[in-house]
Design a protein around this ligand. Sequence first.
Ligand code: NAD
Length: 466
Amino acid sequence: MDIAIIGSGYVGLVAAAAFAEIGHNVICVDNDVTKVDALNRGETLIHERFLPELLARHRGDRLRFTSCVDDAVRSSSVIFIAVGTPSAESGDADLSLVENVACSIAQTINSHKIIVEKSTVPVCTSQWIRRVMLQNGAPREMFDVVCNPEFLREGTAVTDFLYPHRIVIGADCASAAETLRKVYTPLLDGSYAKLTKAIPQPDNAVVPTRLIVTSAESAEVIKHASNAFLAMKISFINAVANVCEAVGADVEEVCKGMGSDARIGSEFLKPGIGYGGSCFPKDLTAFRSVSYDSGYDFRLLDEVCRINEEQRFRFLRKVRQALWNLKGKRLAVLGLAYKGGTDDIRESPAIAMVKLLLKEKCEIVAYDPAATERAKEIFRDGEVQFSHDLYDTATDADALLILTDWEEFAGMDLTRLGKAMKNQIVIDGRNLYRPETMIESGFTYYSIGRRERVPRKVVRRLNTAA
Ligand SMILES: NC(=O)c1ccc[n+]([C@@H]2O[C@H](COP(=O)([O-])OP(=O)(O)OC[C@H]3O[C@@H](n4cnc5c(N)ncnc54)[C@H](O)[C@@H]3O)[C@@H](O)[C@H]2O)c1
């Protein structure tokens, strides 16, 4: 099929590459000409596993990039809208970019098109898109609007897209739903997974995947409610972690016990410094807002946000507990991205932590395997020192803070790390280590929802000094 994707960000670019991979002709559009030029030059733009391989396979062949929406609209029968839907000041989703795209499509439409909401949008957006299309002169019989929410996670976006746990199609017209089903056929009949050149499937892949066809309104609610639920799961376990700290329980043991119940599940039962990223915070407030406007006061969601915010200040208290005065202390910060596997720093709790620590006048040396360049854009020159090597980051540090769950941080050479640091103190905001491993390696170790652990020789030294 001839497909257009409007918006070449984390979702649009991955969707475009993946649709080309399953056999479609794809035109990917962005109104940021520098992005389009970079993509045409062969750059990848975002850090995402398997994306470079897919772009190399299909760029210039089944996959093209342009800044001209009109060309893309004219030559495609299915048009995915994948532009940003950020938070407005009120907490509502700002849908002005979606509206702009709908206007452009309406003004160019030359044959029947299926317009697909891929962006995360509040319930009833498909009705608004339809209205905007009509107001801008598109004949009613020339288009259908379908909601096809995206559930990919940054860091595993390509495999999430090619091996989704479900595909949701919200359509009020059977023929439009059928066209969308055809778009996804290689994933729905399992034929893509059987190809020798297929991107390898993850362990928990559901192949072939399941198709769920709903009304447009239900599909829109499915996406918002899913993100709100996942955010709630994270805040829930963070609140449990806080109880564990108070009573001397170990939250990781609690997670194991809770998560092995199939009704609960272990995914997203990960205590830490809170959720972030470009989706959960804004989708939660948008869902809160649309629920309120429709007559339901969804106050549970306020509490989810509150716990998430509080988690950062609790972590700051831990840093104080470990170091007493923070002014002038040299802190090695591991992680700037909002989660491991991505270079995305939007609403990153790691960045929020660094900002709090800068206010306390700490000296920050930071390392992230992928997000450093993006992070440099948000701090003033010299405000933070950026390092290109994990162990250099730790040199002469008063403490090391783990703020992002990168795999690289979970497999450090602890002897080398300890030798580089001034004080062997690790404050782990992602629970990447077993406390026993850390004290055996000579570190005083603070983590989330578990008591502070101090190596015996340090206790003896402190007692002697006292
Ligand atoms: N990032 C994720 O993990 C994720 C996952 C699922 C759903 N979503 C949703 O998908 C949508 C896109 O998210 P994203 O992270 O890819 O955003 P993004 O900001 O990375 O990308 C959006 C792109 O759209 C482009 N754009 C804006 N207006 C345009 C226009 N008129 N014409 C052409 N291009 C235009 C921007 O230049 C940008 O490159 C959002 O609604 C988001 O909530 C995101």
